[in-house]
Design a binder for this molecule. Structure first.
Ligand code: HEM
Length: 221
């Protein structure tokens, strides 16, 4: 196969013959008939959202013909949670939620139970993923899963009847390049969602106080 290869910042891309490995499980082999290259293929120094690890074969927006189907490639990637993408296996545990629940039975009620918590998690993700300050970080991530596990995490931390089934905070945010300013923006989006839900400020602050120490696992130094 002939491909344009990017060898690193400040180095010319070259067109050359590259090997093609066999199609693996959950992969499709596509004979590309056309592809475009745009600015995202030539930006090579910005730390995010492109990890900029060389060498890379650039170009996207391809069209072609499927010539090989790997095992399970056409199966639902997440049969337990339709609409979500598959994630690498991990051990599920409430400990992944990053903190112990707040032991006040009235607090979950102040968030209007599971319905309220689900609305808040959904609205927070909707706000953040369209918030010009942080929207880039959420691009190409599975927001269906994020809304579900974030609601579980809030429910669990607020003492509601939920188990947290997501990944731990360090693993989930590794490689996202989240900085202090992004963390603060997300907190503001969450505050706006809680205010819209009518959660009293003192109760909002109790959830925020639980989340604040997670800063060390979420923000990259
Ligand atoms: C204390 C603050 C935060 C909490 C409690 C939190 C919680 C979570 C949870 C529960 C997940 C899903 C884990 C899973 O899929 O198993 C997640 C993923 C994610 N978070 Fe956060 N988060 C926080 C801060 C942030 C910030 C500040 C940003 C960016 C501005 C961010 C961006 C993301 C993104 C893009 C994902 C998806 C990662 C992926 O697709 O693998 N998070 N977060």
């Amino acid at each position: 196969m002939r491909a344009a290869v990017w060898w690193g910042p400040d180095r010319a891309q070259t067109v050359e013959d590259v090997g093609l490995r066999p199609v693996g499980p959950r992969e499709l082999g596509v004979r590309i008939t056309a592809a475009n290259a745009c600015v995202t293929d030539v930006i090579d120094t910005k730390p995010r959202p492109w990890p900029a690890k060389a060498p890379q074969i650039r170009g996207h927006g391809a069209v072609g013909v499927v010539e090989a189907v790997g095992a399970g490639a056409l199966a639902d990637p997440s049969p337990d949670h339709p609409g979500e993408e598959a994630v690498k296996p991990y051990v599920q545990s409430n400990a992944n939620a990053g903190a112990a629940p707040i032991g006040d039975p009235g607090l979950f009620k102040a968030f209007h139970g599971m319905d309220g918590v689900t609305r808040i998690a959904t609205a927070t993700v909707d706000r953040a993923s369209t918030d010009p300050r942080v929207a880039d970080i959420f691009k190409s991530h599975d927001l269906v899963r994020l809304k579900r596990v974030l609601a579980e995490q809030f429910c669990y931390l607020l003492g509601g009847p939920c188990a947290y089934t997501g990944r731990d905070m360090k693993t989930s945010h590794a490689d996202l390049g989240v900085q202090d300013i992004d963390f603060n923006a997300l907190v503001e989006d969450l505050q706006a969602a809680m205010t819209k839900e009518g959660v009293p400020f003192r109760d909002q602050n109790r959830l925020l106080a639980k989340l604040a120490p997670m800063h060390r696992d979420v923000v990259q130094k």
